[in-house]
Write a protein that binds this ligand. Structure first.
Ligand SMILES: NC(=O)c1ccc[n+]([C@@H]2O[C@H](COP(=O)([O-])OP(=O)(O)OC[C@H]3O[C@@H](n4cnc5c(N)ncnc54)[C@H](OP(=O)(O)O)[C@@H]3O)[C@@H](O)[C@H]2O)c1
Length: 332
């Protein structure tokens, strides 16, 4: 009827931890978005969910029932994938920040992403837009190579090694400051960066890239020493944990995640202190640098909310590149 206010868009939120709680606080700025409920493990834990009342539950059906958009902020691989399958079966639009599930369960997520049903901007470099440009404006060029700093914890650890702090002490500091998980292996061993690299490679190089092909190419920062890192600084270079997508010399792509020594004037050295950074090289566009916050509650929730607003407005999510791009034979 003319003049009737539009129905609010109902948003189900799976997870009300660091990012989920920040999302609910930011959502309060948008009266047309209404949370159905938030799924948690421990409903008695105190949490700041913002000025609007939000039902907190351990029952996924309470979150999924009637939701137009379902946002997954649980972490993990199999449980979030199962719950999002239930959301997809109910016809909801999907939003996630979960690079692990996207990378490892592409068999399930791939068809949804191909159909434009999933917002996933926050899964790579948190609040800094990378997914949008790779699935949009940068498609006008053909990829030559891509290098990125995709894990802030490793950036922090390398900074502390440069300051002379021993590796284990630097990890303990990062845990105290909330930068590293209680089990820091996903960060320190390069797995988190590799998850993100897998997600972006499917957007710009190979839509069928398998996690099992990426996983063996990953080496993290464990074993780096202050002496080794400081020797690079003394030589006018910096150590970075670089996630790269480069020509393999035979027309395909080589992925890698590994500590590399780069010249001090390399964009990843210049941009990398405490930020996420990505250098895209394309045949027509040339070299494009993107840098900004690669983690953090509000920064991540900002990108999640952007995806929720897109989904609420009926705009499709990013899709993988249509078919595999053939690489030039050498990196440019
Ligand atoms: N933190 C960041 O800076 C950041 C940046 C980019 C992407 N991400 C991604 O965002 C996602 C969420 O990260 P986060 O840092 O917000 O994690 P988190 O603080 O550990 O929060 C996870 C939330 O999910 C709930 N949860 C987990 N497993 C559950 C289960 N099986 N059943 C019910 N509830 C469950 C937890 O409940 P309780 O609160 O009761 O424990 C908590 O509310 C992850 O995929 C992460 O990789 C995070």
């Amino acid at each position: 009827m003319l003049g009737e206010p539009p129905r609010p868009v109902r948003v189900g939120v799976l997870g009300a931890g660091t990012v989920g709680a920040a999302l609910l606080r930011l959502m309060a700025r948008h009266p047309h978005l209404e949370a159905t409920a938030a799924l948690v493990r421990d409903p008695d834990r105190p949490r700041d969910l913002g000025p609007r009342p939000v039902r907190v539950t351990t029952d996924p059906d309470v979150v999924l029932d009637g939701a137009d958009v379902v946002v997954e902020l649980l972490g993990g691989v199999d449980r979030p994938t199962e719950l999002m399958a239930a959301a997809a079966a109910r016809g909801a639009r999907l939003v996630t920040a979960n690079k692990a599930a996207l990378a490892e369960r592409w068999d399930v997520w791939g068809p949804w992403v191909r159909a434009g049903r999933v917002g996933l901007e926050a899964a790579v470099m948190a609040g800094t837009p990378v997914v949008g440009p790779l699935a949009g404006a940068l498609r006008g060029s053909r990829l030559r190579s891509l290098e990125a700093l995709l894990n802030g914890t490793c950036g922090y650890l390398i900074g502390r090694l440069e300051a002379g702090v021993a590796f284990d002490d630097a990890v303990a500091e990062a845990q105290r400051l909330g930068y590293a998980e209680a089990d820091p292996a996903l960060d320190v061993d390069g797995i988190d960066a590799a998850h993100k690299l897998t997600v972006i490679a499917r957007l710009c190089a190979d839509p069928d890239l398998a996690w099992s092909d990426v996983r063996p190419t990953v080496r993290g920062v464990r074993g780096l020493t202050p002496d080794a890192v400081r020797a690079e600084v003394a030589a006018g270079r910096r150590v970075r944990l670089v996630a790269a997508l480069e020509p393999d010399g035979a027309g395909g792509w080589r992925t890698s995640v590994e500590p590399r020594s780069v010249p001090a004037d390399h964009p990843l050295a210049l941009l990398g202190d405490g930020r996420g950074a990505l250098v895209y090289r394309g045949d027509a566009v040339g070299e494009v640098w993107i840098a900004g916050p690669g983690a953090g509650a509000e920064a991540t929730a900002s990108a999640v909310l952007g995806d929720v607003l897109d989904a609420a407005a009926g705009r499709p999510g990013p899709t993988p590149i249509a078919e595999r791009v053939w690489s030039a034979t050498t990196p440019s």
